[in-house]
Design a protein around this ligand. Structure first.
Ligand SMILES: C[S@@+](CC[C@H](N)C(=O)[O-])C[C@H]1O[C@@H](n2cnc3c(N)ncnc32)[C@H](O)[C@@H]1O
Length: 315
């Protein structure tokens, strides 16, 4: 009997389902299904807007009492621990029985339990007939603080999309050097810095550059924001994110879009582009192949859809 190292639990609304699956493909190399995913890849829940929690499986067994024996033999000491029961699809265990099982585990652990501010949270669940016990890590949602950034615009990309773009660009590898090529006030950069990614930003507009720097320093993040046309950036990056201008506060026609994409291709082989229209022909003309894509509809606004294109340089 084999089981992966981690079980991930997801949450998202219907508008974001495609985006969550796209992010999953780049973090885990597979999609979540029914808001659940098993993987050997270790990802931090707080790096994503969609990963609600991660169970790191310590012990498992098809037989519940064998699992309890195994936990006892593990001789776990944890002051201030908590144990939760995670109900998965198909688990018919009644509420009273679930409480009994939590007690069984509590008795196996040396130390006092702490319900409200636990130092460590363990969890029990039954996945496809296999009882799993492990350490539970929840999304802290501490990144919600970025919603209070000093500067933002109504056209700024939302935080959930920003976090997904970073994960798609970096493929969950914190060492990858990223560029936010049209960084605006730095919405994407804030999420990258929070998650510990290596990112720099660039924007042609001096005012938004100053605001991006102030937003970053407000949360004590330090990185470079270049006031520059993207064509004048000469550093090389593992991947670039481009949230293209779309005629709201800055002018954008096909020539502008092509200029930005073609200039970015000069400094990276991998691009994650956000547009509000179908720009597949402009992407192909820039010598790129679209390897994946998805659409994200803005909630409440049926006719406003963003398109995300994951592109690789040809050859
Ligand atoms: C849609 S906005 C980006 C918004 C940003 N993601 C945020 O959350 O604030 C597009 C940005 O592209 C910038 N831009 C337009 N042409 C550019 C160029 N040639 N080089 C660099 N930035 C450019 C604009 O100044 C604008 O801030």
């Amino acid at each position: 009997m084999q089981i992966s190292n981690y079980i991930y639990f997801f949450r998202y609304d219907t508008n974001e389902s495609e985006l969550c699956k796209l992010e999953s493909r780049f973090i885990f190399d597979k999609e979540e299904k029914n808001k659940l995913l098993l993987s050997d890849v270790k990802a931090e829940p707080s790096s994503s807007a969609f990963i609600k929690k991660r169970l790191e499986i310590i012990l498992f067994s098809e037989d519940y009492s064998t699992l309890i024996d195994k936990i006892q033999r593990e001789k776990i000491c944890a002051e201030g621990f908590k144990v939760e029961y995670l109900v998965l699809d198909g688990d018919k265990t009644a509420y009273a029985q679930r409480l009994e099982k939590l007690k069984d585990i509590g008795y196996c652990i040396e130390g006092n339990p702490e319900y409200y501010k636990p130092t460590i949270t363990y969890a029990l669940c039954c996945y496809g007939g296999i009882w799993c016990f492990g350490e539970l890590v929840k999304n802290s949602f501490a990144w919600y603080k970025h919603k209070q950034k000093p500067y933002s615009y109504s056209n700024s990309i939302n935080t959930n999309i920003a976090k997904a773009l970073v994960n798609i660009a970096a493929k969950a590898n914190k060492k990858k050097k990223l560029l936010d090529a049209c960084c605006g006030v730095g919405t994407i950069m804030l999420e990258a810095c929070f998650a510990g990614n290596n990112i720099e930003g660039c924007d042609i507009n001096w005012k938004v550059c100053r605001q991006a720097r102030e937003n970053l320093s407000h949360f004590d993040y330090t990185t470079n924001v270049y006031r520059s046309d993207i064509k004048d950036i000469s550093n090389r990056y593992d991947a670039a994110i481009i949230d293209l201008p779309y005629n709201l506060f800055s002018y954008a026609d096909d020539d502008t879009t092509s200029h930005i994409i073609e200039s970015t291709v000069e400094i990276t082989d991998r691009l994650v582009i956000v547009s509000t229209s179908d720009i597949a022909n402009l992407i192909n003309n820039a010598g790129l192949t679209i390897s994946d894509s998805c659409s994200v509809r803005k909630s409440g606004k049926t006719n406003f859809t963003r398109k995300i294109w994951v592109c690789e340089k040809n050859g």
